[in-house]
Ligand binder design. Structure first.
Ligand SMILES: *Cc1c(COP(=O)(O)O)cnc(C)c1O
Length: 376
């Protein structure tokens, strides 16, 4: 919560939940990443918050971008970044989208299979490709599935296939899992990356780049280490697994770049219980899983919530959204402590909501408008 956001909300006139993002915080985060990993290029993961204001700020600061679709690429270009600052980082692309990206000037593509390499060799001849390998995301609060990446041994074959088809096998990538609270997670992944580099070298392929992915956390309820600690741990791991032949590196922070820059203001619509004897309070807000808080799925991400009655005695409450879908319950397995004095109409502040909220919001489920956003 920043003074600028507080001031903005004090003068806000419109109704309904809204997200306010302080661009000064995004700027500070970018500078912190650039300082913590001085030899690493930053490719902001656009999906975390694709607002034009965020993209043009980062473009002006010199950031590069990790885009996952043609519309994301177009948004980055519209924000003023040249196409040589864009990576098409999705391993699942239609061939005609690869062609469109290539026509727009993009020359760096992610792959994790031979079939994807073949699409790129046809639609983006001569482009650079990096192969994503699988990595288990132990320690991440928002772990990633086996959807992306291939076995490290297969990555070598995929990169060799790329060379054979006239592409430039450029490097490897991995993702340690989002909201990764263990700074040492990159170590084991970099061990695999080093092995892939050596196996490729034995086949006459000289890779240049390791894409260290995202995963840098934002502060929710639990403490997280500063980005400097992540930078130091990553540098140590690079030295350990690559010796004095440290490759070019890039990072793709999403959550860590914008998460702490945003606050959602929401309103209490109802406080009730399920029977006269039942003590468990249900607190219903005007925002839920379909209004932008999709990351409360499985109660994975627990946002800090401020109320106007902080300091009063609290009790664990079920926290739910306003829609008529019974899945629209955010915290129930672990009830959320809220003041017993909380009343209908109270305004709550949900902190750390700058990432993975605005575009997760449904367009009109149950007639509720998509999340209103302000970037100040
Ligand atoms: C989503 C994504 C990121 C960003 O991850 P965070 O955990 O938000 O930093 C980075 N790289 C790729 C390929 C992604 O899909």
């Amino acid at each position: 919560m920043t003074e600028r956001i507080r001031e903005f909300l004090r003068h806000r006139r419109d109704d309904g939940p809204c997200l306010v993002v302080d661009l000064d915080v995004v700027r500070e985060n970018y500078v912190a990443f650039a300082r913590a990993l001085p030899d690493t290029r930053v490719f902001y993961a656009v999906k975390a918050n694709p607002a034009p204001e965020v993209l043009s700020l980062l473009a002006s600061l010199g950031s590069c971008f990790d885009a996952a679709s043609v519309p994301e690429i177009e948004m980055v270009l519209a924000a003023g970044a040249a196409p040589d600052r864009i990576s098409f980082g999705n391993t699942i692309k239609k061939e005609r989208d690869v062609a469109r990206a290539f026509a727009l000037g993009v020359r760096l593509f992610a792959v994790d299979s031979k079939a994807e390499v073949e699409k790129i060799s046809r639609a983006a001849p001569g482009a650079r490709v990096f192969c994503r390998f699988l990595y288990d995301c132990a320690g991440a609060e928002w772990p990633l599935s086996r959807k992306f990446g291939c076995d490290p041994a297969m990555a070598v074959d995929v990169l060799e296939h790329a060379l054979r088809l006239g592409l430039e096998p450029y490097g490897v990538s991995f993702h340690v899992g989002s909201q990764q609270r263990n700074v040492r997670s990159w170590d084991r992944a970099l061990k695999s990356a080093g092995q892939i580099f050596r196996a490729c070298s034995e086949r006459g392929i000289q890779l240049s780049m390791v894409n260290l992915g995202g995963g840098f956390p934002t502060r929710y309820l639990k403490k997280v280490a500063a980005v400097e600690s992540y930078g130091r741990a990553i540098f140590r791991a690079l030295c350990k697994h690559f010796g004095n032949a440290i490759p070019e590196t890039i990072i793709e922070p999403g959550r860590g770049m914008v998460g702490n820059a945003g606050v959602i203001e929401a309103e209490v619509v109802l406080v009730s219980t399920k029977s006269e004897k039942d003590e468990l309070r249900w607190v219903y807000l005007d925002i839920g899983k379909f209004g932008g808080l999709a990351e409360t799925m499985d109660e994975a991400i627990r946002y800090p919530i401020r109320t106007p009655r902080d300091g009063d005695r609290t009790t664990g409450c079920v926290l739910a959204g306003p829609t008529c879908d019974s899945a629209d319950v955010m915290y129930e397995k672990s009830p959320y402590p809220l003041p017993v004095s909380l009343e209908i109409g109270d305004k709550l502040l949900i902190e750390g909501t700058g990432a993975y909220t605005s575009t997760y919001s449904a367009v009109a489920f149950n007639g509720f408008a998509p999340l209103r956003t302000y970037h100040i």
